[in-house]
Write a protein that binds this ligand. Structure first.
Ligand SMILES: Nc1ncnc2c1ncn2[C@@H]1O[C@H](COP(=O)(O)OP(=O)(O)OP(=O)(O)O)[C@@H](O)[C@H]1O
Length: 593
């Protein structure tokens, strides 16, 4: 249990000449069960202070210093993650899970035992006013279910389930009306009191009733502290400073207007109040000088709730994540059903365009084109996985930052759940295209076709996972994946034969082009054991040993496109090496970012 959280002289600057001060000597102290609101006009430094206190990155190029103590002691980042949780401004909930499932899976990932979980989940739903929505889906773009306020409450509840001793919330009421804002904060307050939890939240323009729920407030302006103290003292403090609150104004509303330098009529109020706070801060810092004794004097009751949790292995986490993903994949229209429909549509398009090709020489080029098209477009359409993976990635980042699990469990569960689905997609696509196009009629021919397309899709999806993890932005991931797949198509030896491909592409990307190995494998599958009729005058487009019978042996087609020998095992080996390299690259990147 954390009895006391204090920070002293937190200063943040962006180096340069001159350096830009973002936060100047912010200090504060809170006891267990207390709630603090960080308030100030836009750009006053609320988010920066919140992130520094939460042990998160303050922002690129920002350097900060100062002391942060938990019960009077410095805390390692890992220990701090174990005692704290952070509710981000954006809800990163999984739309296709119900309220109850969302909380239950988070509890499982946090290692809370089944019996304890069965008590905690209903208790939290009741505490956050979500009991009636227990079996309601959070909501996807196709089916809106929970309201904004309910989502915010669920996001907060799912951070609280891990029993943090200190909870950070970034503008938890943004986008909510005053009633919904009040509900969110009052639910948090009741839990904070019950569990002796410290809550620190940045806040914009709260209503009076919401503001009154906080025990402490710090007002900031331009990185300077204007006030830190009990919310009940702000009125008298301002009166003593010569700025009594006019009739009809609430204290938070008036203070915010007073300290907003963007308003021309703010006059010298900010400077006066900052100077006043500096004087008061000397006494305040003296009191903060020995936080352990300051905090020990406080009468803090024991937390009423300490869940039974244990540290889980990455394998155990992977199993829980797999169960959660399974549930999501059976419900998430965009992630799986739309993609399945898209591949089916593509298969029907291909099957009708290349409908029932005959086995004469005029069909050789269309067969080759059909093989190229199926491999290349299967890979290209893997971009449709980006929205769903981005959602998973956001959830992972949030849960990881709160110490639930790491990139190994995330990536392995994601891969294992994707495999059967990708196989199913490939099978459906192949059943339609193989027989409609009239590829070589044989069982082994069909299954070899399925195998190549399946590996193709595995590689394409691994590429999507790598690029999306690198850039973590939908539009960029889409553009880069489309570019990469366009490149693999161009340099794979079909559009420009390998022997005339320019040396740069030939000695670099040609050799690591997964689409090239798939194309070669599928070409051998079709042409190695099939024959084609020459024209009615026995003119043959390709010379082969069957010319005397007015036929072309498929092998002659392979030789013509420069495919000498068949090295299927080697190609499959290279493809799996590429898939492993993509996945490993993703792991290493996520591990360190
Ligand atoms: N990485 C950064 N590099 C340079 N300046 C930054 C950086 N991050 C924030 N700032 C600046 O620091 C100041 C404080 O930013 P911060 O986001 O903490 O304010 P805020 O009070 O949370 O604002 P808002 O309410 O608009 O979110 C702003 O002037 C902002 O432009």
């Amino acid at each position: 249990m954390v009895n006391c959280f204090s920070w002293k002289d937190i200063t943040a600057t962006v180096p340069g000449s001159p350096p830009k001060t973002i936060l100047d000597s912010a200090s504060g102290v809170l006891k267990g069960g207390q709630m603090l609101a960080l308030m100030g006009p836009s750009g006053s430094g609320k988010t920066t202070l919140l992130n520094i206190l939460a042990g998160r990155s303050a922002g690129s190029k920002i350097v900060h210093e100062g002391t942060i103590l938990v019960d009077g002691f410095h805390c390692s980042p890992a220990d701090f993650r174990n005692v704290s949780s952070y509710v981000e401004q954006e809800d990163t909930l999984i739309g296709s899970l119900t309220v109850q499932e969302t909380l239950d899976y988070t509890a499982q990932l946090a290692g809370i035992e089944t019996t304890a979980r069965k008590e905690i989940v209903p208790e939290l739903m009741a505490a956050f006013g979500l009991r009636d929505q227990a079996n309601v889906l959070v909501g996807t773009p196709f089916s809106k279910s929970l309201s904004g306020g309910q989502k915010r409450r669920l996001s907060t509840a799912s951070q609280i389930i891990t029993s943090p001793h200190i909870l950070f919330m970034d503008e938890p009421t943004s986008g909510l009306d005053s009633k919904a804002s009040y509900e969110v904060i009052s639910h948090v307050k009741s839990i904070a009191i019950k569990r002796n939890m410290i809550v620190i939240t940045s806040l914009h323009q709260p209503s009076t009733s919401t503001f009154d729920l906080f025990d402490y407030v710090t007002f900031m302006s331009g990185g300077q502290t204007v006030f830190f103290g009990p919310t009940t003292e702000i009125d008298s403090y301002l009166s003593r400073a010569g700025y009594p609150i006019p009739h009809g104004f609430s204290s938070s509303e008036y203070t915010l207007e007073l300290i907003n330098k963007d308003f021309a009529d703010s006059g010298t109020a900010v400077d006066d109040l900052t100077a006043l706070w500096r004087q008061k801060k000397i006494q305040f810092d003296q009191a903060l000088g020995d936080p352990p004794s300051t905090c020990k004097e406080l009468d803090v009751g024991a937390s009423s709730f300490e869940p039974v949790s244990k540290v889980l292995s990455p394998i155990r986490h992977s199993f829980i994540l797999m169960r959660r993903l399974m549930k999501k994949s059976t419900r998430d229209l965009l992630a799986y059903h739309v993609r399945l429909a898209m591949y089916l549509g593509l298969a029907i398009l291909m099957g009708t365009v290349w409908l029932r090709l005959g086995y004469d020489q005029n069909s050789i080029q269309p067969f080759t084109n059909a093989i190229f098209f199926s491999g290349a477009f299967m890979s290209f359409m893997a971009v449709a996985y980006i929205p769903s993976f981005i959602e998973d990635l956001r959830t992972f980042k949030r849960e990881r930052a709160n110490g639930l699990y790491g990139p190994f469990a995330f990536l392995i569960s994601n891969f294992i759940i994707a495999v059967p689905f990708l196989f199913f997609i490939t099978l459906i696509f192949s059943i339609v295209t193989y027989f409609m196009v009239n590829f070589r009629l044989s069982g082994s021919g069909f299954f070899t076709y399925v195998l190549w397309l399946f590996i193709d899709l595995l590689a394409a999806e691994s590429l999507v996972v790598l690029i999306t993890s690198l850039v973590q932005n939908f539009v960029l991931a889409l553009a880069l994946t489309a570019f990469a797949n366009g490149m693999w198509m161009s340099v794979g030896g079909f559009l420009v034969p390998a022997d005339i491909l320019n040396v740069f592409w030939y000695y670099t990307f040609y050799w690591i082009d997964y689409q090239r190995y798939v194309f070669q494998g599928m070409m051998f599958n079709q042409f190695e054991n099939s024959t084609y009729n020459c024209d009615s005058q026995c003119h043959c487009m390709y010379t082969s040993e069957l010319q005397g019978q007015c036929k072309i042996a498929g092998k002659a087609v392979l030789e013509n496109v420069g495919f000498g020998n068949r090295h299927v095992q080697q190609w499959i080996g290279i493809l799996f090496a590429i898939i492993i390299a993509y996945r490993l690259g993703t792991y290493i990147w996520l591990r360190y970012h």
